[in-house]
Every structure is written in structure tokens, then in C-alpha cells.
Write a protein that binds this ligand. Sequence first.
Ligand code: SF4
Ligand code: SF4
Length: 515
Amino acid sequence: MPAMLRKLAQRLGMLQHSFAGGVHPEMFKVTAGLPIEVAPIAPVHILPMKQHIGEACSPLVKVGDRVLRGQKIAKSEGYLSVPVHAPTSGRVVRIEEHAIPHPSGMGLPCIFVESDGLDEVDESLEPMADWREINPAILRERVRMCGLAGLGGAVFPTFIKLIQDKRFPIETLVLNGIECEPWLTNDHRMMLENPDDILSGMAIVMHMVGAKSGIIAIEDNKPDAATAMREALSRASDMENVRVVVLPTRYPQGSEKQLIYSLTGKEVAAGRLPMHIGVVCQNVGTSKAVHDAVMLGRTLTERLVTVSGDACDNPATMSVRLGMPVRTLFAQRGLDDLSGLHLLHGGPMMGERLKNVDVPVIKSTTGLLAMSNATMQQAHTEEQPCIRCGHCSEACPVHLVPNLLADACRSDQFDKAENYHLFDCIECGSCSYVCPSNIPLVHYFRYGKGQIAQTRREQIFAEASRKRSEARDARIEAEKAEKAARRSRVRQEHAPVKTGETVEPEAKDATQEKS
Ligand code: SF4
Ligand code: SF4
């Protein structure tokens, strides 16, 4: 097709690319038609010092301090990090290690804020309603200081994606409203209930990255959301270059690289970022958070969480303050007794099994699902040997060969796994989903990645301690040499002049002068 015609067809939404592979899991979006409910504040909120990809924060408060909602209570350490804020007003009652939602069951230092029931807000951040006049770098700093991290589940610090780099001018901002995980309805409800705020955030992001055009991507199983966003667009000013594109429902359509390919036909090569092909991608919930940070001066203290699952009789999409214990949230939906249930943090495709319900809701908590034992047993029947059917390769959107990759990881042949591009795997779970032998392929990939990361950490540690030890040896040697030189100088200076020894003329003169 000639380039001009192709461009025109794309503009009219007639030509849609589609990524390779993918699956069609049953959707179970039982909360899609229910309005967002606001979860009450918990007696104590638990704020981990790391809730996103990157480095952990360090506390700025101590036990006994009073804090206000939105107040910064932990500062970011390192570049890839954003601060943590108090989700309500109250007192800091503990700062200690506590379990967080993580498959390893690991713990992290957390700040415990006991609510005083007043929910007083820290209003120190001024709104920036005149953002069009403000330098993008200043707006980006606002996004960083408000603690924003991608709310689609990837939790990458948002400000990093908003850096303008002259080498890679941004052509298009993609707003991701796909939400292809079964059960989850946060983005869907957000688009229905806050379309204007989402668009406002989008306009601010476009200004920050210098994007010329914008696309709001929505799957065709959410026609009402597409209508809501189109209506909001018709109300907005300065957004003529933004359009809504409806894509066919297919998992993992919402994965960044797959989505960009579906929309633009451009591939983000392995090891590269969307910005390298002139695209920035943001989740619709993150866009609303950008609006809140810039237009209202609001830090990130809450997020939407879908509380659902076939064992939950009273499911809902909920607005939840960060740090709310998962046990408390389930109890609010009538799930007081969680024994015998399978609990998931996130969706069923990419989420993790929750081993501890005393962990808090964090920035990456997209969903909390309670599944009955019967459903899980059906889904996880015993693993059978691989029959080399190739279904997993057909389903893989990244063109990997999952069965070979799993073999390599299972047998601890990590070099081989890396050669099979283990780190290109986006852990979408499509391969596990289609495997007739019920092989939990993604588990093997996570195991492989974890082992390689551990080895690399150990290598870095060993290298650092080797360098430290070499530096220490060199210092000791230098000190020894210095001492030896000093001793020899002192010896020379104090050496007695022997009788009969030839005295240099200069020395002789000096002796005569003294006498
Ligand atoms: S789908 Fe399962 S059984 Fe088939 S090749 Fe892949 S791993 Fe083997
Ligand atoms: S190998 Fe990775 S990217 Fe490919 S289908 Fe499996 S989980 Fe998804």
C-alpha cells in the first residue's frame, strides 16, 4: 500500500496491525458495570520503602511523629526511585521490616501510620493550573516528587518516561486503556468515571514529552469506555491530534511493545525503549495521577484495586489508600475467612500467588482475587511431560520457544536460557495458558531470571570486595613504603660523623662558623 494511503487508512482507524501470538482467555469482568467504591481508611496503614521498580526509599519520619495525608514520609534514594507519602493523617507507630506482596514472601522496612480519623491533608504543594507556561523539566520534577509510578502494574517511576531527549523526539503518546487481564476493571471504570481528568493528564504529558499526536487505545470489549473517552475528547480544547483507537480483544494486547506494534506497526527492538522509536506509553490511571499531581498538587496516596474472584460474592473496583492491609480489604468485601482460598495479587495471567494476607496494598496492586479451591485445581492439574506440540511457541507474542527455554531453566543451564533470550520474555503467561501438559512455564522463567540475577548480584559483590581488598593491600604497601622511607631519612639525618671521615667543604665551613 502506498505510504500516503497507509497513513490515511491509519488515521481513519481502518488499518490495524496486530501482534503475533497471544491468547483469548475468558474475561470474567464481573465488576465492569459497578461504580468505583471508596474503601474506608484502615486503623493502621503499612508503607513499604519500595513499591516500584528501582531503589528503595529511606524514612524521613521517626516513631511518634504526626503526619498529614500526602506528606512525604520517605525520600527516594538513587535515581530510579520516587518518594513515599502518608496515605492519611495520624501518627508513626512503628518503623520495621514487614512482609510485602512478593512471590518470595520477602520483607522490607515499612513505616506504620496509625490513623487519627481526621484525614487532614498536607496542602503544601500548590496546583500548577498554568502548566502550559511551565518548563517540562519542572513539571517532571512535580511528577517525581508526587511519587508517581506506572499504575498499570509495571510500576516504573513515571518521571523517567517523561524525559525529553533531543536524539529521540517523541512523535506519539499512547494512552493504554487496554486492561487485557481477566477480572481486572480499574482502567475500564477510570475511563467511564474520570475521562476528563485522564485527558487533562494526557495533555500535560504530551506537553512534557513534546508529543505531536496521541492515541487512546481501548479493547473492543469496553465500547462504553471508548464512547466516554470520545465524548471527553469532543469537550476538550487543544486535543485535535488525539484519537481513540479500538483494538480487538486479545491477551496480552496491553503489553507495551505489543500495543505499540498493534497501533503503529513499529517494533521496539530487544533492549530498546519505546522512546527510541518516538513513542511514549502511559497507563490511563497514571494519566489521571499526573492530572492530580499537576492540577491539584496531590501526591500518590491511593489507587484503584479490583477486589474480585469466584470466591468473592461482593466484588468491586475500589479506590484504596496505599498501605491498607490486604486482609482488611478482603474483609470489607465479606471475605473474613480466607482459609482454603487461593489469593492472587494482580490478575490471573501475570499476577502472583499471595502467601501472606497481612501484606499491604502498594502502588503495583492492580487486583486482589480470591479463587475457590475447585477453580484453582481445575486450572492447575498436575504437570505432564512436554509433548513438543508447539502451542506455546505459537502463543508467544515475543517469538520465543518456551518449551526449550523452560528446559534450560529447569536444568539450571542459564547460559543456554540467555541464548534463548530469556530476558525478552515479558512473563505474560500465554504459553502456560495454552500448554496441554499444564507445564507452569512462566514459573520456570521466573526461577531462571531470579537465579541469573542472584549470580550477577554475587558477581558484582565479589568484584566490589576484590577491588576493596586490592585497594586495602595497596594502601598497606604504600604506608609500609612511606614508613620505610621516613625511617631511612631519619637515620641519615641523625647519623654521627665518623672520625677521619672526609668532611665536605660546605660542612667544614659550617663547623668553623659555629665554633
Ligand atoms: S505447549 Fe506445553 S507440551 Fe506443547 S511444546 Fe509447549 S511446553 Fe511442550
Ligand atoms: S515465553 Fe514469556 S513472553 Fe512468551 S508466551 Fe511465555 S510468558 Fe509470554
